[in-house]
Design a protein around this ligand. Structure first.
Ligand code: UD1
Length: 429
């Protein structure tokens, strides 16, 4: 298994190109199931999760063609996928595939909406808390599907098609909102989603679905209204920039000090996180082409942050912020309200010398002058990258094991950081 070796203590200086958002690319690829025509997606990141979803969609009979690089393009340009679900040969998503990636459960909605039935394995255990799917099931049920649980599978049936309805989410859920929106596009009549997630990835998927002929309004607000249509058509759409990757590299630059330009980063997608960096003493300058992050010499001030649904501070940047605050001049507090157990990085950060106390969903981080390199590993994507951030500033050498977590969500991480002066390399095997 690959490892990443980092020798800490170098400032980051240079430009980091931001890739397309994983959390938009995955549902956009899944939306291709809603039409028999070809959906063309540009700016798709080259990630293990994307490759895995290609295999899962292939199992349903979806053909995916990846355009090669055009002349003048570099690895910084995302890939273009031509996705055709002209013929769906199988409406079952088996356990072996769904258990590898939770988001693949989301095929439930487009399959039942277009084909009238879907049989999707329950996702099973996940490293960050229980992560149930009850609200996704509730959404398709509200649209008229009958639901049975058979042998660990959710079986949804709507032989006469789905019907528009009102869906009220008792809590904000990104996966539930994606499910409700996709299912409602092909339902007869009007669907109103209340307490919808407002994440930018919801807006990006709705934009793409509207290009495909859907009638969706209100995406990005708490209430989304969908007028169902009989059919969707092909379209072309570019995946929006990854706000979590943007925030992660912003924190890496803040951690080491230096001057980094996050090319294509869009400040409005992560304003809450940028505000936290500013209050910590980092200089953040938004431009038309991206975001400049500078920290020269000055120490970091501690912060008090609570994760919450968009537009507030994202849970997907919580681990990275904790790494950063482990070197602040004072005591920080971070409260995680979205996922229980999303603190697996704490033990590993402690091995690097961080001082962190956990009490339920609240972490207290007492800043230390220096972290020290050590072998570490982590069990999820965001936790792994928080260890990379810590290692970039730690004295001496850190090896991060189980790099496959990073490959799920960060495109060419060691290349992007290395080009800004980090001493980072991948060790194979
Ligand atoms: C998505 C993101 C993930 C991010 C999360 C929160 C993708 C591929 N993943 O995950 O990176 O951390 O949003 O911004 O886009 N819940 C239920 N019942 C359900 C569904 C969810 O109780 O049926 C709960 C969850 O346990 C959690 C909360 O709702 O406490 C939010 O979950 P949700 O927004 O659905 O997260 P994901 O879509 O899984």
């Amino acid at each position: 298994m690959d490892r990443i070796r980092i020798v800490g203590g170098r400032k980051l200086n240079g430009t980091i190109p931001i890739s397309g958002a994983k959390n938009a690319a995955l549902p956009l690829m899944i939306a291709s199931l809603l039409t028999e025509e070809t959906l063309i997606l540009d700016n798709v990141p080259r990630l293990a999760d994307v490759a895995q979803l290609e295999r899962i969609l292939g199992n349903h009979g979806v053909d995916i063609m990846v355009s090669g690089k055009r002349p003048g393009e570099t690895a910084d340009n995302g890939q273009t996928l031509h996705i055709s679900a002209a013929r769906i040969v199988d409406t079952t998503a088996p356990y072996e595939l769904v258990s590898k990636m939770r988001a693949s459960f989301w095929v439930l909605a487009p399959l039942v909406a277009r084909m009238g039935d879907a049989r999707v394995s329950m996702p099973g255990g996940c490293a960050i808390g229980t992560r149930p799917v009850d609200l996704l099931i509730m959404a398709v049920e509200r649209l008229g599907a009958t639901i049975d649980i058979e042998g660990g599978y959710v079986v949804a049936r709507a032989p006469k098609g789905l019907r528009g309805s009102e869906i009220v989410f008792p809590k904000v859920t990104v996966s539930g909102t994606h499910t409700a929106v996709m299912a409602a596009t092909l339902a007869k009549g009007t669907t109103v989603i209340e307490n919808a997630a407002r994440e930018p990835e919801i807006v990006d998927v709705a934009d793409c679905l509207n290009k495909m002929g859907a009638h969706i309004s209100g995406a990005g607000t708490r209430q989304i209204v969908i007028e169902g249509v009989a059919k969707l058509r092909g379209a072309r759409h570019a995946v929006l920039p990854d706000r979590i990757e943007t925030g992660t590299y912003a924190m890496a630059a803040a951690m080491t000090g230096g001057d980094v330009f996050l090319q294509n980063g869009r400040p409005e997608l992560l304003q809450a996180a940028l505000d936290v960096l500013v209050s910590a003493g980092v200089i953040v300058t938004p431009t038309n082409q991206g975001i400049r992050i500078v920290r020269n010499g000055a120490g970091l001030a501690p912060v008090d942050v609570t994760t919450a649904p968009f537009p507030e501070f994202p849970t997907d940047l919580q681990a990275q912020l904790m790494a950063l605050m482990s070197c602040a001049r004072g005591t920080s507090h971070i409260t995680e309200t979205i996922f229980e157990n999303r603190f697996m990085h704490v033990g590993e950060l402690t091995r690097l010398g961080a001082r962190i106390q956990l009490e339920g969903e609240r972490a207290t981080i007492e800043g230390v002058p220096h972290l020290k390199g050590a072998p570490v590993m982590a069990t999820d994507l965001r936790a792994s990258v928080s260890l990379v951030i810590a290692a970039l500033a730690a004295e001496g050498e850190t090896t991060v094991n189980r790099v496959y977590h990073l490959d799920r969500g960060f495109e060419r991480l060691e290349d992007k950081l290395g080009r800004c002066g980090a001493a980072i390399e991948r060790l194979s095997g």
